[in-house]
Write a protein of this length. Structure first.
Length: 143
């Protein structure tokens, strides 16, 4: 093979590899952008839910979120929330609508957790002090 033939094949290979690398980089960046949007949406829902929980129950010391999940398109959101009070903590799955700030905690009824439901009902009111929050991404803050 002549030198010009070898140069042409190397040039083609270099072009192909460049296109492959650029494509892979684009796919990676797109997936990272999607992940950051999901994390941002998670945080928006979690902060809104913290406000709603603090407006619903008095004496909350800490709120912890895990297993966050959205409907598609966004509108309803589910997660496992653990509420810590002085006396005890309660962990249950909830559905939450950010639009109308409505909590549906049917897991307490479905699992027949009357004692936990009664405990929450006895703490109806408002928590005015700062509350420690553990978000679903593991970060912590106070609200």
């Amino acid at each position: 093979m002549s030198n010009s033939g070898i140069k042409k094949s190397h040039k083609r290979l270099l072009i192909f590899l460049s296109i492959a690398i650029i494509t892979a980089g684009g796919v990676f960046m797109f997936s990272m952008l999607g992940k950051s949007q999901e994390e941002r949406r998670n945080r928006e829902y979690e902060v809104s839910l913290v406000e709603t929980l603090k407006d619903s129950y008095e004496g909350i010391e800490k709120i912890s979120f895990s297993n966050a999940n959205y409907t598609n398109p966004p509108g309803s959101w589910t997660c496992v929330v653990e509420l810590f009070f002085n006396e005890k903590s309660i962990k249950y799955k909830i559905n939450y609508s950010k639009k109308d700030k409505r909590i549906s905690d049917i897991s307490l009824e479905r699992e027949n957790r009357k004692e936990d439901r009664d405990f929450l009902n006895s703490h109806l009111g408002k928590t005015n002090k700062l509350t420690k929050v553990v978000y679903s991404d593991g970060s912590e803050g106070e609200y």
